[in-house]
Design a protein around this ligand. Structure first.
Ligand SMILES: Cc1ncc(C[n+]2csc(CCOP(=O)(O)OP(=O)(O)O)c2C)c(N)n1
Length: 651
C-alpha cells in the first residue's frame, strides 16, 4: 500500500517511511499524523535508552519540512551539534536502530557517516555547522555543482563564536546556503546573552502570533518563485521590523532573513524553506519551536525540557528510572559552595552547562558569583583570565571534551599570565553512550604541555574535596581537576602520604609500583590483590597531582623493579609518558609500562564496556602486570599490547 492510500490506518504511516521520498509524497493531513507518530515513537524508544528527547521533539515538523523541500543526500542537511538529528535518522531509514540507540553496536546518538549517506558531518560539539556549510557551499560553487546546503542551528549553538565567524564569511561569499535557526529559547536552560534577549523579545511580543499569521498568509497567497517571493517576505518582514527587531541583526550582517515562522507548522516551514532555496544566496530561516513539544513532562521540565536524560525514564513522569546516586558532580558542587562560603573571591563560570556541571548549586546560593557565558568555552577561559586579573579566583566548570576547544586560551591567556584559574573537568575519561567526540580522554595530554599548569585527578569523594581545596588555594597559575562521569567511587583511604603522593597499599616485597590515576584507584587495589596471589608484591599509589610529575613518584619508581601506570586518558603524552620522561631525566632505569586509552576513535557503549574493550579491567591489568614482572624473572612474556594507532601517533 502506498503512502497516499494509507489514511485509514494512521498508526502505520511511520512504518512505511523508508526514506525521504516517502515523506515527500504525503498530504498535509498525513504529515500531521506522521508527526504525532514520530513523537510517540521517540518517546517510546528514547524512554528506554535515554537520549536527547527534548530537542528532537522540538524539531519534528522542521525536519519533515526540510526533507520535503530538499533532496538529501544530494542536498546536504547539516545539524549543528547533531543531538537533534533523531528525526532525520527516522526519516532516512534508521527506525529499526532505535531499539539500541546509544548502545554498543547500536545507533549513534549523533550523525554518523557509517550509518547513512544522509549524514555528512559527525559532530556533537556545538556551533560548527555554519562553518562546514560555508566550506561546502564554496566547494560546490567552485566545482560547479548545483546542490543546496542547509544547516540547522539552535539559538543555544548560536551563542558560540564560531557561528558568528561563519556568518561573517557566509555573508561575504554570497553562495546559496540556507541557515535554519531553530529558536526554542533554550540551550540546556534558557539561552543567555544579548542575542537570546533579542530573540526572546520577539517571542514575548504580543504581536508575535500576528506576525506568524501574516507571514503564513503571505506565503499561502504568493507563488513560490525565487527572488520575487523572497522580496514579498522581505517586505512583510520590513513592515514588522520595528515591532520585532531581531532580524535586523542578521540583515546588518548582509544575510537575507525569512521569518519568524512557526516551526511546528509544516506547510509554513516548507514555504519559507522553498523561498530560501530559490533565492540563490545565503538566507536565514528563523523558525520558532518549543523544546519538548507535544510531551508534557518535557515541556514542563523547567531545568532543561528533558534535554538529554542519561538513561531510561518513566514515560508518565519523565523521571529517570535508575535509583539516584551521589555523582562526582554532586561532590564537586557541594564542596565548591563550602569553599565559596569561606572565600568571597571564588566565582564560577559555565559555558551553558550550569546544571550538568553542578555549578548551578553555587548559582542558587550566590547568583551574582556565577557567570553563564553561553556555549563559548574559549570566551569562558579568557573571561576567567580577566576575572583573575581583577582579583578573583574563577572556577571554570566544563566537560573535559569541551575544554579542548580553548587550548590556546588556557595556554596563553591564563597560564602565560600565571593566573589562578581552576578548571574543573567533569566527564573526563571514557564517558560512554555519547561516543568518541564526547570522551574526555585528551585533557591530561593536551594540557599537560602547558607550562606551570597543575593537574589533579581525585580517586574518590574525599580526595575530590581535598584537591578542589588545594587547587583553589593555588594563586600563581592555573589548576585542573578532572574526574569521570557517574557515581562517585567509594572512599579509598591512603595508608600513608609521601609528598603529595598517596600510597594506597604496599607489601614487604617491592616488585611493582602501580600508579593508579584518579578513579582507577580501586582497580589498582584489585590488581594488587590478584598479583599478590602470584607471589609478587605491589605498591599501589595515587599521585593525586599528576602534572607536574611529583618528584616522590620518581623516587618510588626507583625503589621498585617494574613501574606500571594506568590512566583514563590517551597514552600519548599521558601520565605514563610523563613519568617515563621524568624517570629518564633522573636516570632511573626501572622498566615502565603505561596502560591507558589508545589515541583512536572509540565507539559508543557503556563506560564499563568500552573500558573492557580496551582491556582496562582489574583482571586484564593484573594478567599483564603478572606477565611483565614474571618476564623480568626470565619467564616468557606475552606480547605488549600497543595498538597500531598508538604507534602511529607516537611516531
Ligand atoms: C562546544 C560544546 N559545548 C557544550 C555542549 C553541550 N551542549 C549540547 S546541546 C547544548 C545546547 C544546545 O542548544 P541549542 O543549540 O539551542 O539546541 P536545542 O537543544 O535547544 O535544540 C549544549 C550546551 C556542546 N555540545 N558543545
Amino acid at each position: 500500500m502506498s503512502v497516499e492510500q494509507d489514511t485509514a490506518d494512521h498508526s502505520q504511516l511511520l512504518a512505511k517511511v523508508r526514506g525521504p521520498q516517502d515523506v515527500k509524497r504525503m498530504s498535509a493531513e498525513q504529515l500531521e499524523i506522521l508527526a504525532a507518530e514520530i513523537r510517540d515513537f521517540l518517546i517510546a524508544k528514547v524512554s528506554r535508552t535515554g537520549g536527547h528527547i527534548g530537542p528532537n521533539l522540538g524539531v519534528v515538523e522542521l525536519t519533515l519540512a526540510m526533507h520535503r523541500v530538499f533532496d538529501s543526500p544530494r542536498d546536504r542537511l547539516l545539524f549543528d551539534t547533531g543531538h537533534q538529528a533523531y528525526v532525520h535518522k527516522i526519516i532516512t531509514g534508521r527506525q529499526a536502530g532505535f531499539d539500541k540507540l546509544r548502545q554498543r553496536g547500536g545507533l549513534s546518538g549523533y550523525p554518523n557517516q557509517a550509518e547513512s549517506e544522509h549524514d555528512l558531518i559527525e559532530n556533537s560539539h556545538a556551533s560548527t555547522a555554519l562553518s562546514y556549510a560555508d566550506g561546502l557551499a564554496k566547494a560546490y560553487a567552485l566545482r560547479g555543482e548545483s546542490r543546496s546546503v542547509v544547516a540547522v542551528v539552535g539559538d543555544g549553538a548560536l551563542t558560540g563564536g564560531m557561528c558568528w565567524e561563519a556568518l561573517n564569511n557566509i555573508a561575504t561569499a554570497g553562495n546559496p546556503l540556507v541557515i535554519v535557526v531553530n529558536d526554542n529559547g533554550r540551550s540546556y536552560s534558557p539561552t543567555i546573552g544579548g542575542l537570546a534577549d533579542h530573540l526572546s523579545s520577539l517571542r514575548l511580543n504580543p504581536g508575535y502570533e500576528k506576525v506568524l499569521d501574516t507571514v503564513k498568509d503571505a506565503l499561502g497567497s504568493t507563488p513560490l518563485v525565487g527572488k520575487p517571493m523572497y522580496e514579498v517576505l522581505h517586505a512583510v518582514k520590513k513592515g514588522i521590523k520595528d515591532a520585532v527587531a531581531p532580524q535586523a541583526m542578521f540583515e546588518d550582517l548582509g544575510i537575507k532573513y525569512v521569518g519568524p515562522v512557526d516551526g511546528h507548522d509544516v506547510p509554513a516551514v516548507e514555504a519559507a524553506l522553498r523561498a530560501a532555496k530559490n533565492f540563490g544566496g545565503p538566507v536565514i530561516v528563523h523558525a520558532v519551536t518549543r523544546k519538548g513539544y507535544g510531551y508534557r513532562p518535557a515541556e514542563e521540565d523547567e531545568a532543561d525540557c528533558l534535554h538529554g536524560p542519561g538513561g531510561a525514564f518513566d514515560v508518565e513522569t519523565g523521571q529517570l528510572v535508575a535509583a539516584p546516586s551521589v555523582k562526582w558532580t554532586h561532590v564537586f558542587a557541594d564542596e565548591l559552595v563550602a569553599i565559596a562560603d569561606e572565600r568571597p573571591d571564588v566565582v564560577g563560570i559555565t559555558a551553558a552547562m550550569a546544571e550538568p556541571t553542578g555549578i548551578a548549586t553555587l548559582a542558587r546560593k550566590y547568583p551574582e558569583r556565577v557567570y553563564d557565558v553561553g556555549i563559548a568555552e574559549q570566551h569562558a577561559v579568557t573571561s576567567a583570565a580577566g576575572l583573575a586579573l581583577g582579583g578573583l579566583h574563577p572556577v571554570v566548570a566544563v566537560y573535559a571534551t569541551f575544554l579542548n576547544r580553548a587550548f590556546d586560551q588556557v595556554l596563553l591567556d591564563v597560564a602565560m599570565h600565571k593566573l589562578p584559574v581552576t578548571f574543573v573537568l567533569d566527564r573526563a575519561g571514557i564517558t560512554g553512550p555519547d561516543g568518541p567526540s564526547h570522551y574526555g580522554i585528551w585533557d591530561m595530554s593536551v594540557f599537560g604541555v602547558v607550562p606551570g599548569l597543575r593537574i589533579a585527578a581525585p580517586r574518590d569523594a574525599a580526595t575530590l574535596r581535598e584537591e578542589l581545596r588545594e587547587a583553589t588555594a593555588v594563586d600563581d597559575g592555573p589548576t585542573v581537576l578532572r574526574f569521570p562521569t557517574g557515581a562517585v567511587a567509594g572512599d579509598l583511604p591512603a595508608v600513608r602520604r609521601v609528598g603529595t603522593v598517596d600510597v594506597l597499599t604496599e607489601s614487604a616485597r617491592t616488585d611493582v609500583l602501580l600508579v593508579a590515576v584518579g578513579a582507577f584507584g580501586h582497580l589498582g587495589m584489585e590488581v594488587a590483590a590478584r598479583v599478590a596471589e602470584q607471589g609478587y608484591g605491589v605498591t599501589v599509589v595515587d599521585p593525586r597531582w599528576v602534572r607536574p610529575v611529583p618528584g616522590e613518584l620518581v623516587e618510588l619508581a626507583a625503589a621498585h623493579r617494574l613501574v606500571v601506570t594506568v590512566e583514563d586518558g590517551v597514552r600519548v603524552g599521558g601520565v605514563g609518558d610523563a613519568l617515563a620522561q621524568a624517570m629518564r631525566d633522573a636516570d632511573v632505569r626501572v622498566p615502565l609500562r603505561d596502560l591507558g586509552v589508545p589515541a583512536d576513535w572509540h565507539p559508543h557503549g557503556t563506560r564499563a564496556q568500552i573500558l573492557a574493550d580496551l582491556r582496562l579491567t582489574a583482571q586484564d591489568v593484573a594478567r599483564d602486570v603478572t606477565g611483565w614482572i614474571s618476564g623480568l624473572d626470565g619467564a616468557s612474556v606475552e606480547p605488549v599490547r600497543v595498538t597500531a594507532s598508538d604507534k602511529a601517533a607516537q611516531n
